[in-house]
Design a protein around this ligand. Structure first.
Ligand code: ADP
Length: 483
């Protein structure tokens, strides 16, 4: 199956700059995390090459931003339609370079395309205001204009959708764009560029700069005054670096950073539904999403029942290569990721947690790890404070609502949180008290193009998706008109 993809016309290994495929003197390998097999040698652009891409985006800006919103939207729609038409091959490519199960890869392609469709429509709804004047001869006009050239840095865990969520609102707003995909998963981004070209995105409007030099490209995006906006998804550590680097130019940033999501199951919850929700919120992408449940809190009255039911379900999850039939848990992305999972697990067991299922490297070896449930988790364990980013579900016990809210909020992060309960007054109290940008109530899956995705506290700045998402790529201008 891999060979067929490698000879297909969406398999691109050069960078995409100013409407052309750009080779480079040096290249870097992209490997399949399930097998260690090298999939491609991709162009490794230098910081100077990235400058050229930024210049191309600047040159393309006047024409693109002056088109009507409908013209831009039509191209975006055609792009998303092509992605859906090619979703089988895009999903295979994504699974090969990233490892997630093919079914999840297909869902990601549909999810990415849904943002492009959404912002194709939102392009036409960038409304301004006319405000009654403060003096009889004054009228106050508010207009929204594209911010200019925008850039993105994205991680490996959603190689398609993380880019789609950023480029779609940018292009809809009239911005042009330079994307730097993760060095671990550039092939999905390059395939998107190919389909974008087919859909009619003009040269220079969407550029993909593949490079091993993440820090150098990050500096260029921050220091080059042509770039007016940088949107980053990744760790809080790198988000802090970028924010500091962007400070001298007061550059606009969107930051979607780490999370440490609590998942709370109250005594009055539907336990079976809560177990279903946990499987999605914890084990999707083998636990490698920023909104993954990291700390599961179960109330004393249902603790044993919940742990038993969760354990039974998790024990049945099928581990394997993402392209395999019925596989639910793929490999970890890298050795470092696997090592962190093992360290968190060992630390928890040392401090008194009990493994109820899993807990070991999976039979497949390599980067595969068994989906794991831990009972008896406590606040002293590393996994209470840090994102594990793997298939380990630690269950903490709590007695009262006040206690669990305090525990849930006892973190520098505030991206997603989840809880299961039936009592309506409790649902409202807890929804309001949780310190996070997003709350899933009786559901473990909250991401959708219609809703504002983003975090508070150290989880970031700005929102992606919804009618608010396009504002990240617009500047508001107020004009005072004297008549
Ligand atoms: P993760 O742990 O999810 O990989 P990172 O923040 O390390 O999160 O990586 C997210 C993205 O940021 C990746 O594309 C990575 O290459 C890139 N990156 C890493 N270090 C830097 C840096 N110093 N400046 C800019 N981008 C960086």
């Amino acid at each position: 199956m891999g060979d067929a993809i490698q000879s297909s016309d969406i398999f691109k290994t050069d960078a995409y700059v100013n409407g052309k495929w750009q080779p480079s003197r040096t290249r870097f390998d992209v490997t399949n995390p399930a097998t260690g097999e090298i999939l491609a040698a991709v162009a490794d652009l230098s910081r100077d090459d990235v400058k050229v891409a930024i210049d191309a985006a600047a040159a393309a800006l006047p024409n693109w931003s002056k088109r009507t919103a409908k013209q831009r939207g039509d191209i975006l729609r055609a792009w998303a339609d092509l992605m859906l038409a090619e979703s089988d091959r895009l999903a295979q490519l994504l699974t090969l370079e990233m490892g997630k199960p093919l079914a999840e890869a297909k869902t990601e392609i549909a999810y990415g395309a849904s943002f492009i469709h959404w912002f194709a429509e939102e392009a036409r709804r960038v409304y301004g205001d006319i405000i009654p004047g403060h003096q009889v001869d004054k009228r106050i006009l508010v207009l929204k204009q594209p911010i200019g050239v925008a850039a993105s840095i994205t991680p490996w865990n959603f190689p398609n959708a993380m880019i789609a969520r950023k480029v779609a609102p940018a292009l809809a707003a009239g911005c042009t764009f330079v994307a730097r995909p993760s060095e671990l998963t550039p092939l999905s981004a390059l395939a998107m560029a190919e389909l974008g070209a087919r859909a009619g995105i003009p040269a220079g409007v969407f550029n993909v700069v593949t490079s091993l030099d993440a820090a150098g490209v990050g500096k260029e995006f921050c220091e080059n005054p042509i770039v007016r906006k940088l949107s980053f998804t990744g760790s809080t550590r790198v988000g802090q670096i970028l924010m500091a680097q962007a400070a001298p130019q007061i550059k606009k940033l969107s930051l979607e950073l780490g999370g440490n999501a609590p998942f709370i199951v109250f005594d009055d919850a539907d336990i079976d539904a809560a177990v279903d929700g946990t499987i999605i919120a914890k084990f999707r992408n083998a636990g490698q999403t920023c909104v993954c449940a990291n700390r599961i809190y179960a109330q004393s009255g249902i603790y044993d029942e919940y742990v038993a039911k969760l354990t039974a379900r998790v024990a049945q999850l099928r581990v394997g290569e993402g392209l395999g039939e019925g596989v639910e848990i793929g490999p970890m992305i890298t050795d470092a990721a696997l090592k962190k999972v093992r360290q968190h697990l060992d630390d928890a067991v040392e401090k008194g947690a009990t493994v109820t299922t899993g807990g070991k490297p999976a039979a497949q070896g390599g980067l595969f790890f068994q989906p794991t449930v831990l009972s008896g988790a406590t606040a002293e364990m590393r996994l209470a404070a840090e994102e594990t980013f793997g298939p380990v579900a630690p269950v903490f016990r709590f007695d009262t609502e006040e206690e669990v809210i305090a525990m849930a909020n006892d973190t520098e992060f505030g991206l997603a949180s989840y809880f299961y309960a039936r009592d309506m007054a409790r649902i409202i109290r807890v929804m309001e008290a949780l310190e996070s940008g997003m709350v899933g109530i009786n559901t473990g899956l909250i991401s959708t193009a219609e809703a504002p995705f983003g975090g508070i506290k150290s989880s970031g700045l700005g929102r992606e998706g919804s009618r608010y998402g396009i504002d990240e790529y617009l500047e508001m201008k107020y004009a005072c008109l004297s008549i």
